[in-house]
Design a protein around this ligand. Structure first.
Ligand SMILES: [Zn+2]
Length: 383
């Protein structure tokens, strides 16, 4: 079986919401062209400073903006940028990840050491865990409640603390390729954006009411504040990546000078880089679920970005993808066993239920064929 790949990067046609033009170039590459060639970055920069000036507190006490942080390189950069480039007094808000790594915790703690106040939202672990397990089984995404909380919690604090400006980082639709240029151009993150592009996989938070006794009240942190509250405070979220050319590797070098640490003993499970998704123990499992559904994983995402930025040739990218994508995530699964209490057999059974029989070979009994390392056997070739 053949999967069509973008002629320029290596995104496959199986990637949701990806389109190809007549030349066989994908919508993510076309968006990157726009970013590289057709954007007046000087004008954008001026627009940015004009907008934020309006929000800077005129009082001699108070916070000027909210920065959602995870402790990852992007949010560390956002914090650095607002504090040291813009001279703002930000308050950082962290919705903690599912199962944080030691390195992630260190990088999160580092943000306050950079000279900023940080609110660390400690969520109700039991409710969150129920949603993790439920959505692992239901949509094959154990990070599902996290995709929501990282967007709703900063907005909740913006309303509660009467701080209208929220500074987001990159527009993920822009970097990873999304439905349309319209979403890429959308600089404002609001409820509609969250629901359309936030990766909720057709599930809504309302659907979690009653799951193992979860009540609506217990889901409070996961509901977007009301339009009335948002309008009263005038909450405005903007993507830094809309106004400034977003180059993760350059930004990494900056935040390292401010105490950010990368993984020194090799790449993250599922890819070849050591500077992204450092904070989450389950990330390898998360990316593997994507792989079994669509035939590509995080190494493809990273290689495609590096190809578009001219850091890799397409040929080098294909080689890295073949080496790193689609390996069974032993570490992620072991950590998920600890976190969830599910057995390896139960976890594998759920993974198999999301594995796409159109692209992976099955045994005569319907189970999926695996090689001696426990990896699926592909029907397709990355090319
Ligand atoms: Zn492409």
């Amino acid at each position: 079986m053949n999967i069509q790949y973008c002629k320029r990067c290596v995104f496959p046609e199986t990637k949701p919401d990806l389109f190809f033009n007549e030349q066989g170039v994908c919508s993510a590459c076309i968006a990157a062209d726009e970013k590289n060639n057709n954007i007046d970055w000087v004008k954008r920069k001026n627009d940015f400073f004009e907008i934020i000036e309006h929000y800077k507190s005129k009082n001699d006490v108070g916070y000027d903006c909210i920065i959602p942080v995870s402790g990852g390189k992007d949010s560390t950069y956002q914090a650095y940028f607002m504090k040291y480039v813009c001279g703002f007094n930000p308050i950082c808000v962290c919705f903690e990840t599912t199962y944080i790594t030691d390195l992630g915790q260190r990088n999160l703690d580092n943000i306050s050491k950079m000279g900023m106040d940080v609110i660390h939202f400690k969520k109700n672990h039991e409710v969150y865990k129920k949603m993790v397990v439920e959505n692992f089984k239901r949509v094959g995404d154990e990070m599902w409640p996290n995709h929501i909380g990282i967007f709703t919690i900063p907005v909740m604090f913006a309303v509660a603390m009467n701080i209208p400006l929220i500074i987001w980082g990159e527009n993920p639709q822009q970097e990873y390729g999304g439905p349309s240029l319209e979403s890429v151009k959308n600089r404002i993150l609001n409820r509609q954006w969250l629901e359309e592009f936030g990766g909720l996989l057709g599930n809504r938070i309302q659907d979690m009411i009653g799951i193992q006794g979860i009540t609506k009240k217990e889901l409070t942190p996961y509901f977007y504040p009301s339009d009335e509250d948002i309008n009263r405070v005038g909450v405005t979220g903007i993507f830094l990546g809309h106004y400034f050319f977003w180059d993760a590797r350059k930004q990494l070098e900056i935040v390292k000078k401010y105490g950010f640490s990368v993984k020194e003993d090799g790449p993250i499970e599922g890819t070849y880089t050591n500077y992204e998704n450092l904070d989450e123990r389950l990330v390898g499992l998360h990316d593997y679920l994507k792989y079994v559904k669509y035939g590509f994983g995080r190494a493809t995402d990273h290689a495609c970005i590096d190809i578009r930025n001219g850091r890799l040739t397409r040929e080098q990218g294909v080689k890295l993808i073949k080496e790193y994508d689609g390996k069974y995530p032993f570490y992620g699964v072991a950590e998920f066993i600890k976190y969830s209490g599910l057995s390896k057999q139960e976890i594998d059974c759920v993974i198999d239920s999301f594995t796409n029989p159109a692209i992976f070979i099955q045994n005569p009994d319907g189970s999926f064929k695996k090689d001696s390392n426990g990896n699926l056997v592909k029907k397709f070739d990355v090319q």
